[in-house]
Write a protein that binds this ligand. Sequence first.
Ligand SMILES: Nc1ncnc2c1ncn2[C@@H]1O[C@H](COP(=O)(O)OP(=O)(O)O)[C@@H](O)[C@H]1O
Ligand SMILES: [Mg+2]
Length: 243
Amino acid sequence: MSVVFDRVVVEAQGSRLLGPVSVSLTQRRIAVLGENGSGKSTFLKAAAGLIGPQYGSVRVAGHDTIDDETDVRRVVGFCFAEADAQLLAGTVGEDIELSVRVAKGRNYPQTTAEKVLQDFGLSLSTQRACHTLSGGQKQALALASVLTAQPTIIVCDEPTTRLDLRWRRDMIDVLCALQQQLIIATHDLDFAVLCDRVLVIDDGLIVFDGNPEAGVAMYEQLCDSRPSRIPRGCAAQQVRDEA
Ligand SMILES: Nc1ncnc2c1ncn2[C@@H]1O[C@H](COP(=O)(O)OP(=O)(O)O)[C@@H](O)[C@H]1O
Ligand SMILES: [Mg+2]
């Protein structure tokens, strides 16, 4: 499996969000690091064919994300950073069925939602309303729904960001055990070092590409080299000074 960016530029409202980026992603697990607003989600969405590119091309398992949109949708599954954005149906069962229908069209496999939940190890009733789930349950259901469509490439945007320690460990275990190619954006540096390759994105450009430990170290140096974003003299500082 591969995702190949060739001189990709993504723009929105006259601004360049990403690129130019040329990179070939073939490793099993790839982590994308970068500050907030650096372009990680844009990169992931472009990799999954959800946006752009305005210039250049992205090929997913050989399919162009613009010309072969239907093939790309069949091959790649995307988990949004906000699970709420992903859970579109009212109940757990409906959500799983919907995901499969969207990905597979008319010929979707006759998988029951109960079996999906069982296979994934999620003890949830199919009748349960999605909005009543905890953050971890939502994230896990979103991933289970995506996997039901049997994609060969999974793209996950910050899969552990809002999770408690137990859910985080479970999510990392599940994602690392997947046979599919996995591309994640994350602020979870411990998760990043478990991957086979790390990219660091800064201001829409890939500024590091290689070994995970070296990538994490480079990202830490990048953050260390930049000034605080909360200005001195802010309210919290004044309270401390006066105390
Ligand atoms: N639809 C959009 N229109 C204009 N700007 C956008 C849009 N989406 C994202 N951006 C901007 O593009 C930059 C990169 O965003 P994003 O890829 O979401 O970064 P990250 O995921 O690293 O936080 C940010 O400055 C963000 O504000
Ligand atoms: Mg993001």
